[in-house]
Write a protein that binds this ligand. Structure first.
Ligand code: NAD
Length: 473
């Protein structure tokens, strides 16, 4: 029988008798079922979070930190099981699933060390005025399918640390490891502080329009982010949006091809390219274009694509069928337009699983769909550039502004290029590094507000100024 995973509402593991199937993208087999929640279930979760907020907001930061330490221990102790479950529902190879779970342990330990200190804003003969931060209330968290557990942790920890309570909704494509985590930490927090509920397409809009939710923290596509913002505007809910990206990687002419080829490959193909901050447009200086594109294409041909649970697999399947079809459509478009392929492109539909071959395109034009759109799959367009000014303006010619990277043997000089990129993060000679104490904030249509760092924590709070006149009334 298929394993049925329960939701966490008010400290109890529950279901409503209605179920959604969850599929392993490598085999297309159903591997579990999760509750299909509607308005009534959501109302219960929100009521539990509201009731718990009254006491949770009064707990000290030290008390909360002690519970996060327990939570981190529980995740660590169950890492192997969570890692395997994550591979089976998400598709990523065991090694990458293990890194995601280790990242969850790390974030659960590091994020609670952030401080929101009160500030004295006036201390004069006339008055003493201080600004404190108070929690916004009940937070609705919405999570995507690419890093389902880590994205959940990056919402849960700062929300609860700030004194908020939460109702979290995983993606219906990848809810299993998150619900197993819910089961593991059910006893860690007081009932109602953390609620995790699952549902189909209808549940997200119910959450964003719920009158008793004060804030939405959302990670997902820009298109859905716009719908979230519109829905949340009805009662002016606070929002944080972490959205899509079309990150440019810029390889300067002085880059060492032998060092950069593999790093660039993984900047693009980690998690089968399903990373918001993957390098999605690769601009290579014309002096080294042929050498570097040849090295990347050669590497692409030896990397093993397969079931993430099999030893040796470096790249798993696309996580779900709609996204699989979209990536194949982009490859077909590139074929129809006559763009040149350096690797991949041919796909065998008779093999079960949502597998897409590692595909590298040779200098498609700037208006090609594969360049202009976020591909979110294992397809890498390599483009040639001649001058720095030209590549900066090409990199910035996007509605997205999530991150970007520069590859060079002169990193100090590259800072000047980095400062001209219109993105929230720029890496020089690395990629995808996010730190718990640094804000991650998409510019332009890649986001609204910030996650991580003190800035991320502030998003779960309101400022409150309390002023005492020196002269008694
Ligand atoms: P998505 O927008 O389709 O779904 C994200 C979540 O929103 C899911 O839980 C989904 O069920 C829910 N949802 C769907 N419609 C909704 C609605 N109308 N109202 C409220 N919730 C709704 O995104 P996805 O396909 O799961 O994830 C891929 C996208 O996420 C990519 O664009 C990627 O770049 C982006 N992403 C961004 C970050 C970041 O931090 N910036 C991180 C990871 C992924």
């Amino acid at each position: 029988m298929t394993t049925q995973y329960k939701n966490l509402i008010n400290g109890e593991l529950v279901d409503n008798g209605k179920w959604i199937d969850v599929v392993n993208p490598a085999t297309e087999q159903v591997i579990g079922q999760v509750p299909d929640c509607g308005q009534a279930d959501l109302d219960k979760a929100v009521a539990a979070a509201r009731a718990a907020f009254q006491t949770w907001k009064k707990t000290s930061v030290e008390e909360r930190r002690a519970l996060f330490a327990k939570m981190a221990d529980v995740i660590k102790a169950n890492s192997d099981e969570l890692m395997r479950l994550l591979t089976s529902e998400q598709g990523k190879p065991h090694m990458q699933a293990g890194s995601e779970i280790a990242g969850c342990v790390g974030m659960t330990r590091a994020l609670p060390m952030l401080n929101l200190e009160e500030k004295i804003t006036e201390d004069s003969d006339k008055r003493l005025s201080r600004t404190r931060r108070v929690p916004v209330g009940v937070v609705g968290g919405i999570v995507p399918w690419n890093f389902p557990v880590l994205m959940a942790i990056q919402k849960i920890v700062p929300a609860l640390l700030s004194g908020c309570t939460m109702v979290l909704k995983p993606s219906p494509f990848t809810p299993l490891a998150t619900l197993r985590l819910a089961e593991l930490v059910a006893g860690v927090f007081p009932p109602g502080v953390l609620n995790i509920i699952t549902g189909g397409d209808a549940l997200g809009p119910l959450l964003t329009s719920h009158p008793d939710i004060d804030k939405i923290t959302f990670t997902g596509s820009t298109a859905t982010g716009k719908r979230v913002m519109e829905s949340a505007s009805k009662d002016l809910k606070r929002i944080t949006l972490e959205l899509g990206g079309n990150d440019a990687a810029i390889v300067l002419p002085d880059a060492d091809v032998s060092k950069v080829a593999e790093k660039l490959f993984w900047a693009s193909f980690y998690n089968a390219g399903q990373v918001c901050i993957a390098a999605k447009r690769i601009y290579i200086h014309e002096d080294i274009y042929d050498e570097l594109s040849g090295a990347i294409a050669a590497y692409a041909k030896v990397v093993k694509v397969g079931d993430g649970a099999e030893q040796g697999t470096a790249i798993g399947p696309i996580q779900n069928k709609p996204q699989y079809k979209r990536v194949l459509e982009l490859i077909q478009d590139a074929k129809d337009k006559g763009y040149k392929f350096l690797a991949g492109g041919d796909h065998d539909p008779s093999i079960p699983g949502y597998f897409v071959p590692v595909t590298v395109l040779d200098n498609p034009p700037e208006d090609a769909r594969i360049v202009a759109e976020e591909q979110f799959g294992p397809v890498m367009p390599l483009m040639k550039f001649s001058t720095i000014n030209e590549v900066i303006s090409r990199a910035n010619a996007s509605d997205y502004g999530l991150a970007g990277s520069i590859w060079t043997s002169n990193p100090e000089a590259a800072v000047e290029v980095a400062e001209q990129l219109e993105t929230g993060t720029v890496w020089i000679n690395e990629s995808m590094h996010l730190a718990p104490n640094a804000p991650f904030a998409g510019h332009k249509q890649s986001g609204f507000g910030a996650e991580l760092g003190e800035e991320g924590l502030l998003e779960f709070t309101y400022p409150q100024v309390i002023t005492i006149a020196r002269e008694a009334a």
